[in-house]
Design a protein around this ligand. Structure first.
Ligand code: S3P
Length: 434
């Protein structure tokens, strides 16, 4: 079902807000514990459509989940005792599910069939199928889902080489396969992609050595289930960071946000634009750095986002583009061709959203130039992309009050990563009235 939502321009946002659990860490807490034989408790797991896709695939392999109001218990027979899935592994909209579970499937002695929704069916899968084939898995020769992977001949070789793209999904896929290979693997990353898989598997007893851009995996270690307390998602917090940073008088406190250095590009970029963001109460939660994030409103200036910063702020580019739209001076985003193969082509869709709201955007093959202007309310499409829907909502808040509300089409896309987004937006807007 497709729901449109109208958002009126707003004054300052104020209040304290707990953002939902980190999506990347939630997927990994489910998958890594499924590989181990035994039981683990996950608290703070993100309850969203993407994580449900991972759970339903793992269930088909014989993993059980017991859900209560504050935790999910994972009970697994261990990867060695997975059974062949009775039907297609439907990963819905989730690139993380399909790519990470592909690596698991390569280590299973039967054929697994993968598929996903219309958006996922357009995303490139050779980037995982080729490395898995090089390790000895039998794989489909299609470019995209649906596809199958058959690990029944075993993985006679480790992976040894540099990845073509800086992608945590591809890296994690290979790491999961490498745990079941007959030889060690050596993976070199072209950029600093998120390292949650390496952190979690190491804590569970896997033999993984990370040295700079190189990850060495020794197969065969037995994994011990590990309870995980999932930190708040910095990619969800990013929407409120931008919304608060660009509105004078705003002040938002978000406790317990994950601040893994490979994910904090959004904070670095916003600070380089002049945003007032403070991190306090830094600590470590289940092997991941976390902090309380405080953001105050002010004026922003344009910037350049490129190189490794793109990898560290990848999912936040649409909302950073909204910040750029109201900054002083143009912003250039380069080296970001990967945005074209996300849940939507985010260079095209972000440009379309800003253009519909009256801001000039020049598109390049690997980025865009945003010339700030006055945002105006109107009709914008989320293109069914959760991060576009939320970025559009942030833009709508800052639209010229005279121009009226913004209607966001297919706004229910937020179910993918942040089902409580509209409720939280309401809370931050209305706190003054309480
Ligand atoms: C993710 C990695 C990133 C990111 C995605 C989640 C992950 O994708 O865009 O939202 O959890 O590993 P790529 O690794 O394909 O760049």
């Amino acid at each position: 079902m497709s729901i449109d939502i109208s958002i009126a321009p707003s004054g300052p946002l104020r209040g304290e807000l707990s953002v939902p659990g980190d999506k990347s860490i939630s997927h990994r807490a489910l998958i890594c514990n499924a590989l181990a034989d035994g039981e683990a408790q996950i608290t703070g797991l993100l309850d969203s459509a993407d994580c449900r896709s991972t759970m339903s695939c793992l269930r088909q392999w014989g993993v059980e989940f017991e859900e209560t109001s504050d935790r999910v218990v994972v009970r697994s027979p261990g990867q060695g005792r997975f059974r062949s899935a009775p039907s297609v592994l439907d990963c819905g909209n989730s690139g993380t599910s399909i790519r990470l579970l592909s690596g698991v499937a390569a280590g299973l002695p039967f054929r697994s069939q993968f598929d996903g929704d219309e958006s996922l069916q357009q995303r490139p899968m050779r980037r995982v199928l080729e490395p898995l084939a090089s390790m000895g898995a039998n794989v489909d020769n299609s470019e995209t889902a649906p596809f199958w992977i058959d690990g029944s001949a075993g993985l006679s070789r480790g992976f040894d080489g540099e990845l073509a793209v800086a992608s945590a999904q591809v890296k994690s896929c290979i790491v999961f396969a490498a745990l079941r290979a007959e030889q060690p693997s050596r993976i070199v990353e072209p950029g600093p992609s998120r390292d949650h898989t390496e952190r979690m598997l190491s804590a569970m007893g896997a033999s993984i050595d990370v040295g700079g851009a190189m990850i060495a995996v020794q197969p065969g270690a037995s994994l011990t289930p590990q309870d995980v307390d999932v930190p708040g998602d910095i990619s969800a917090a990013a929407f409120w960071m931008v919304a608060a940073a660009m509105t004078q008088g705003s002040e938002i406190v978000m406790p317990n946000v994950g601040v893994n250095p490979r994910r904090t590009g959004v904070i670095d970029v916003l600070q380089s634009m002049g945003a007032q963001i403070e991190l306090s109460n830094r600590r470590v939660m289940s092997g991941e750095p976390v902090a309380d994030v405080i953001v105050r409103g002010g004026r922003l200036r344009g910037t350049t986002i490129d190189g490794d910063m793109i990898v560290r702020a990848l999912d936040e580019i649409p909302v950073l583009a909204v910040a750029a739209a109201v900054a002083e001076g143009a912003t250039e985003i380069r080296d970001a061709a990967e945005l074209r193969v996300k849940e939507s082509d985010r260079i095209t869709t972000t440009s379309a959203m800003l253009t519909a709201m009256g801001v000039d955007v020049e598109q390049w093959s690997d980025g865009m130039r945003i010339v700030p202007g006055t945002l105006r309310g109107g009709e914008v499409d989320s293109f069914g992309d959760h991060r576009l829907a939320m970025a559009a909502a942030v833009a709508a808040l800052s639209a010229d009050p005279e121009s009226g509300p913004t209607t966001i089409q297919r706004a229910s896309a937020v179910e993918i990563s942040y089902p409580a987004f509209w409720r939280d937006l309401d809370r931050l807007r209305h706190v003054d009235a309480v």
